[in-house]
Design a protein around this ligand. Structure first.
Ligand SMILES: Cc1cc2nc3c(=O)[nH]c(=O)nc-3n(C[C@H](O)[C@H](O)[C@H](O)COP(=O)(O)O)c2cc1C
Length: 347
């Protein structure tokens, strides 16, 4: 699907298939969520939470770059703008065997803006282009960019094309586009994910004007049929909140987006397969809730969903035997659902 337009330096690793990816989400797409998501879909491309270049360079590398091999294919998302630091982190990403390194040009948080990270960089295409070029020179894995369709004060289509054009010139051929602008003053990051209107047509136009680029659509996608319709013109979809709150929606992804007809695990099988992972985490001194907080939506829309959520969000804090609670919950859910577990999601 993807053709690399730039011959030097070459991306020598195979490009991951980006037909369907799970968006990077701070505090949400940590390694525990990713392990869980991977049980539901073998093929969706997963992203880490954003990690700043400063954290990678000066912080605990095992924490920021470590992952379970089962999570592959997995991309590292970086936040930063200093070309030398981005280059250093891209090289480390390759060493750590990430399938891709992605630059965040979409996050609107104030904390992040003060450091010239995230969406504010849409106002500085040359800085992004320099960063991308430095990253490409430093590694052979694909370097991609996630961005918005604009920021306040710089939200025309011509400016978007200028941004994409300059970053493409620097060697980036894959763009994950959150189809709304970011408003850098006055809106919280959460409001910035809901209030500026979604403009999918802008992303479709971008693909028409840059047909040689791989363009992934992000923002507000919840329905797999609608996503597949977008793929008639675009190269991939990237899903964030829906994949987190309603994770079993990912069960149809392998078949629909990657042509893999292997039957997905049922919800109960997913829950059972999380059990050894949770036990290992506890053995290593971890807390069960750090894993299970990510699976609260597993039974969304089915009988027992509320019981499941409650047990894992409240009862879990009142027991000193969390694994026993988990085992009991697996039994409860098995009783409630076994015959209905594989029914399709309500629309
Ligand atoms: C809790 C949360 C954290 C997020 N953190 C990041 C991040 O670290 N990097 C990033 O590029 N986008 C981040 N985003 C934005 C998502 O990647 C995505 O662009 C946005 O949620 C729109 O997609 P959706 O409507 O499918 O959720 C975050 C979103 C949420 C909800």
């Amino acid at each position: 699907m993807h053709q690399n337009q730039h011959s030097s330096p070459a991306t020598t690793r195979p490009e991951p298939n980006r037909a369907f990816s799970i968006a990077p989400m701070m505090d949400w797409t940590d390694r525990h969520y990713r392990y869980f998501a991977r049980l539901i879909t073998r093929h969706a491309l997963l992203y880490t939470e954003m990690v700043t270049t400063g954290a990678v360079i000066h912080g605990d590398r095992t924490r920021f770059l470590g992952f379970n091999p089962e999570e592959h294919p997995l991309a590292l998302q970086l936040g930063g703008s200093n070309a030398a630091e981005l280059a250093q982190c891209a090289a480390l990403a390759e060493q750590a065997s990430f399938a891709e390194v992605n630059l965040n040009v979409g996050c609107p948080s104030d904390r992040v803006q003060n450091n010239m990270i995230g969406a504010c960089l849409m106002g500085h295409p040359q800085v992004v282009a320099d960063g991308v070029k430095a990253m490409r020179d430093a590694c052979t894995i694909p370097v991609t960019v996630k961005h918005r369709i604009g920021i306040n004060g710089r939200d025309s289509y011509a400016e978007l094309c200028d941004f994409v054009g300059q970053v493409h010139e620097a060697g980036c051929t894959t763009f994950a586009v959150h189809a709304r602008i970011a408003i850098l003053e006055g809106l919280s990051p959460k409001e910035n994910r809901d209030i500026p209107p979604l403009k999918y047509d802008v992303v479709h136009q971008l693909k028409k004007d840059f047909p040689q680029l791989e363009i992934l659509l992000n923002g507000g996608l919840t329905d797999l049929n609608v996503m597949q319709q977008h793929l008639a013109e675009l190269d991939g979809v990237m899903v964030g909140r829906e994949a987190y709150h309603n994770p079993y929606m990912m069960a149809e992804v392998d078949q629909r987006f990657f042509g893999d007809d292997t039957p997905p695990l049922s919800r109960l099988e997913v829950m059972a397969q999380m059990r050894p992972y949770i036990a290992r985490h506890i053995e290593q001194g971890g807390v069960m809730n750090h894993v299970t907080r990510h699976i609260l939506g597993l039974f969304q829309g089915l009988p027992g969903a509320r019981h499941f959520r409650r047990q894992l969000s409240s009862a879990i804090h009142q027991t000193d035997q969390p694994l026993a609670l988990y085992d009991q919950l697996l039994e409860d859910m098995t009783q409630r659902l076994q015959p209905r577990d594989c029914e399709p999601q309500p629309a």
